[in-house]
Design a protein around this ligand. Structure first.
Ligand code: KIV
Ligand code: ZN
Length: 521
C-alpha cells in the first residue's frame, strides 16, 4: 500500500445501525453493502454477528456477495464472539475479525478486570482471532481516555498476538484535533512493532469534531479512517464518510492523502441510507445536505453565474449531483425519467420504472416542474409501499377544524379485509393516526415524527418519517406526497407494517439484538 493511501472502513451497517431507530432489514443491509463495495470502500464492517441471528445472517450474506471490499465483523473479547464472527466473515474473499475491549479506567470497571487480567485477556483473544483469520483488527475502546502507559502496553500485546490493524477509538467524542494527531504520532513512535501494523482512527461526533479529529489522526500517521454514510451512528454519530473523503479530495494541496472512493457515488448512497434508516439528512449538512450546493441569495447567484468558483469549492458532479439539471415535466417520457434516475444513482428494473413513471405522470400533472428531489421522493414512496404489506391505505378524507378538533376518516385493507374508522384529533395528523389505531389497535409509541419539504413552493413534496417502538422493537416508516397528511398516514402505516414484520421475526428469534456490544459482563 502506498504511504499516501488512506483506507476507508465503513461501519454504517454496524456502528451506524446501532443508533436507536436506525435498524435496517436484511435486504436493505445487503443493498447498502453492495453500494459500499461498488463505490470503493476498502473495508465494510457488516455487523456484529453474535448480536442476533439476523446480524449473523446479514454479515454472512454480505461476505458471500462481496466483490472488492474486505468484509469485517465485530466481536467482543471472548472466544464465542470471535468464533461466531469468523463463521460469518469466512465466506468473503477478503475478511477481517474486529475484536475490542474497553481499556479506560471507566470501561475496565465494567467487567471488573485489573490491568493485568485485561492484558491477559487481550493476548488470548487476539491470538485466538489470529488463529482463525489472517487479518485481525483490535480496538482499545475509549482509547482517548485510557492512561498513556497502559494504552501503549495493551497495543504492544495486541500487535505481538498478531493484530494487523490497531484502531484507536474516540468512543465518546472527547478528543480534539491537535490531541488526536499527537496521540497517533506518539503511539507509532513509542509502541514496539507499530511500524508493522496499520493504525486506524474511529471518531464520534459528540463535540462536532469527528471529521477534524479523523483528518488530524491521518496527519499523525493513521492510514485507516472509520466512518459512516451521513455520519449515522450512536448519539451525535460517527465521522461522516462523505466529509473525510471530500475533504481529502478538495484540499489535497494541504492533505496529500488519497482514498479509493468513487466520489460520484456519494449522493446516491447518502439518499439510500437516509431512506432505509429513516434518518433524514439535515438540509445544511456538509456535502450531502439539500442546500450544500444551493445558492439562494442574489449576490451569490450573480457570483455563481459569473464564475462558479466564486462560491463553490467542489463540483456538484464530483459527489454525484447532476450539475445542470434538465427539468422534467408532464411532457417528459420514460427515457428521460430513466436517465434522471440513473443520474441520481437509482438502478431500477423495467417493472419498477413502470410504477414510478405512473406516479411521475400523476405528479407532473399537479406540478409545473418535477425536480430531482421530487424524483427521489417518488422512488422512496415506491419502495415504501410494499404490496405484501398487511396494512394498506385505501382512501382518506380529512376535515380540518377551525377552533375545533380535526376529523379524519380512513379506509384501509387489513390482511385483505376492508375496514374504516373516523376519529377526531388535535389537528389532522393526530386525528389520522387515531383513526388508523382504531382500525389496527396497537401499543406502539411514536418516538419520532418528522416532516421535511423536499421541494420548494406550495406544491412541494413532503417527506414524512415516523419511528415507532413497541416492546423494545423499533421500526421506521417513510412516505412522500404533495399532501403532508397523506404522507403522514402512509409513513405511519409503513412503520406499522415494518413493526409487524420485525415482531414476527423477533418471535422466531431472528432479529432481536440479544446482546449489546457494550454489554461486556
Ligand atoms: O466507538 C467505539 O469505541 C466502537 C468500538 C467497538 C470500536 O465503536
Ligand atoms: Zn464507535
Amino acid at each position: 500500500m502506498s504511504d499516501n493511501k488512506v483506507l476507508i472502513f465503513d461501519t454504517t451497517l454496524r456502528d451506524g445501525e446501532q443508533s436507536p431507530g436506525a435498524t435496517m432489514t436484511h435486504d436493505e443491509k445487503l443493498e447498502i453493502a453492495g453500494m459500499l463495495d461498488d463505490m470503493g470502500v476498502d473495508i465494510i464492517e457488516a455487523g456484529f454477528p453474535i448480536a442476533s441471528e439476523g446480524d449473523f445472517a446479514a454479515v454472512s450474506e454480505i461476505a458471500k456477495n462481496s466483490v472488492n471490499s474486505r468484509i469485517c465483523g465485530l466481536a467482543r473479547a471472548n472466544f464465542a464472539d470471535i468464533d461466531r464472527c469468523w463463521e460469518a466473515v469466512k465466506h468473503a474473499k477478503q475478511n477481517r475479525i474486529h475484536t475490542f475491549i474497553g481499556t479506560s479506567p471507566l470501561h475496565r470497571a465494567i467487567p471488573n478486570l485489573t490491568q493485568d487480567e485485561m492484558a491477559d485477556k487481550i493476548h488470548q483473544t487476539v491470538t485466538h482471532a489470529r488463529n482463525l483469520c489472517d487479518n485481525v483488527q483490535w480496538s482499545p475502546m475509549d482509547a482517548t481516555r485510557t492512561e498513556w502507559d497502559y494504552l501503549c502496553r495493551v497495543i504492544e500485546i495486541a500487535i505481538k498476538a498478531g493484530a494487523t490493524t490497531i484502531n484507536i477509538p474516540d468512543t465518546v467524542g472527547y478528543t480534539a484535533p491537535a490531541e488526536s494527531a499527537d496521540l497517533i504520532k506518539r503511539l507509532i513512535k513509542t509502541v514496539p512493532g507499530a511500524d508493522d501494523v496499520i493504525f486506524a482512527t474511529h471518531c464520534h461526533n459528540d463535540l462536532g469534531m469527528a471529521t477534524a479529529n479523523s483528518l488530524a489522526a491521518v496527519a499523525g500517521g493513521a492510514r485507516q479512517i472509520e466512518c459512516t454514510i451521513n455520519g449515522l451512528g450512536e448519539r451525535a454519530g460517527n465521522t461522516a464518510l462523505e466529509e473525510v473523503v471530500m475533504a481529502l479530495k478538495t484540499r489535497h494541496d494541504i492533505m496529500p492523502w488519497t482514498t479509493g472512493i468513487d466520489t460520484t457515488k456519494i449522493m446516491a448512497i447518502s439518499r439510500r441510507v437516509s431512506t432505509v434508516s429513516g434518518f433524514l439528512v439535515q438540509p445544511n449538512k456538509a456535502i450531502v445536505g439539500k442546500n450544500a450546493f444551493a445558492h439562494e441569495s442574489g449576490i451569490h447567484q450573480d457570483g455563481m453565474l459569473k464564475n462558479r468558483e466564486n462560491f463553490e469549492i467542489m463540483r456538484p458532479e464530483d459527489v454525484g449531483l447532476s450539475g445542470t439539471s434538465l427539468p422534467l415535466g408532464k411532457h417528459s417520457g420514460r427515457a428521460a425519467l430513466r436517465d434522471k434516475l440513473e443520474q441520481l444513482g437509482f438502478e431500477v428494473g423495467d417493472n419498477q420504472l413502470k410504477d414510478i413513471f405512473v406516479r411521475f405522470k400523476e405528479l407532473a400533472d399537479r406540478k409545473k416542474e418535477v425536480f430531482d428531489d421530487d424524483v427521489v421522493a417518488l422512488v422512496r414512496a415506491d419502495s415504501g409501499e410494499d404490496e405484501d404489506d398487511r396494512l394498506q391505505l385505501v382512501s382518506m378524507k380529512v376535515v380540518c377544524g377551525t377552533g375545533g378538533p380535526a376529523e379524519s376518516t380512513i379506509e384501509m385493507e387489513v390482511d385483505g379485509k376492508d375496514m374504516s374508522a373516523t376519529s377526531e384529533g388535535d389537528g389532522p395528523v393526530d386525528a389520522t393516526f387515531k383513526a388508523i389505531r382504531q382500525i389496527h389497535p396497537n401499543t406502539a409509541r411514536l418516538q419520532l415524527y418528522q416532516v421535511s419539504a423536499v421541494t420548494e413552493g406550495t406544491d412541494a413534496q413532503a417527506t414524512v418519517s415516523v419511528r415507532l417502538e413497541e416492546d423494545g422493537v423499533i421500526a421506521t416508516g417513510q412516505s412522500a406526497n404533495t399532501d403532508t397528511v397523506v404522507a403522514s398516514a402512509k409513513a405511519y402505516i409503513h412503520a406499522l407494517n415494518r413493526l409487524l414484520v420485525r415482531r414476527d421475526k423477533v418471535g422466531e428469534g431472528a432479529d432481536a439484538k440479544e446482546v449489546s456490544y457494550k454489554d461486556l459482563a
